[in-house]
Design a binder for this molecule. Structure first.
Ligand code: 1GP
Length: 249
């Protein structure tokens, strides 16, 4: 991605070319150890990941800005904020997913926190990407569903996911992010991904519970444009090389 192109344009143009993308999610709370962070960034650079997402539903360690600075200084991969709250905003990143939690009915996460964040974002040089964020029940309660105080979409109801994504696209959102939540027991089902794929034209991000190349491949084949891997990468960073391969197969 060139600096001028922007993150959203790059995802959209990759989608048009049929090119799949991969993002790694870094949780700043888990990256306080500088040596570990340096090693991880080296792997990220070598594996040619397309984006680094930074954020978390609940951050308690006060390491967000430090982590961002490190990532920006040691890697040229575009950095996208994936914020759990308006406190996770920084000019150091390239873009922010401006997440509206459209699977839930918590007004604060549909529009409330956006009102708080908007005047700050307006003054910043950060690309804002309007994102329809949908939490999906994937085997266990996750921090995201607990903290958001919302019911995730039922795992076996692709038609609800499709209708929700359609509404998000009609409201003008530019990307749909279907997320089983960090550490989900299983990934969002290929059935649900294809139902959403067949219902909207905008790019689809899939994350939560993707732990190997096969699961990544299934998500891509079902229609994901970009997949996000967090927990599996934290547990076994080298896995990234295999998962990155799934983009091209
Ligand atoms: C969570 O989609 C991300 O919001 C990544 O999930 O940590 O399970 O890979 P994992």
């Amino acid at each position: 991605m060139s600096k001028m192109e922007g993150v959203l344009n790059s995802i959209v143009s990759n989608r048009r070319k049929g090119k799949k993308s991969l993002a790694v999610l870094l949780d700043p709370d888990k990256l306080k150890d500088e040596i570990r962070l340096n090693n991880i960034l080296e792997l990220i650079n070598q594996s040619k990941v397309d984006f680094v997402f930074v954020g978390g539903s609940l951050l308690v360690e006060d390491n967000f800005h430090n982590c961002l600075r490190k990532v920006k200084s040691l890697s040229s991969v575009p950095v996208v904020l994936f914020p759990g709250s308006p406190s996770q905003i920084s000019n150091e990143a390239d873009a922010i997913l401006f997440l509206s939690l459209i699977s839930g009915r918590n007004p604060d996460l549909l529009i409330g926190q956006h009102v708080v964040a908007a005047p700050h974002l307006k003054k910043m040089n950060l690309e804002v990407i309007p994102t329809g964020y949908m939490l999906v029940e994937c085997g266990r309660a996750t921090t995201a569903s607990y903290i958001s105080q919302t019911f995730p979409l039922p795992y076996n109801k692709p038609e609800i996911a499709a209708a929700t994504a359609m509404a998000g696209e009609m409201l003008g959102l530019k990307i749909i992010y279907l997320d089983g939540g960090s550490g989900a027991e299983k990934p969002v089902s290929p059935k649900m991904i294809s139902a959403v794929r067949n219902s909207v034209d905008i790019p689809i991000i899939i994350g939560g519970g993707i732990r190997n190349e096969e699961q990544a491949q299934e998500a891509y084949s079902a229609g994901a444009d970009l997949i996000v891997v967090g927990t599996a990468f934290e547990e076994e960073p080298e896995l990234l090389f295999a998962i990155a391969e799934a983009r091209n197969s």
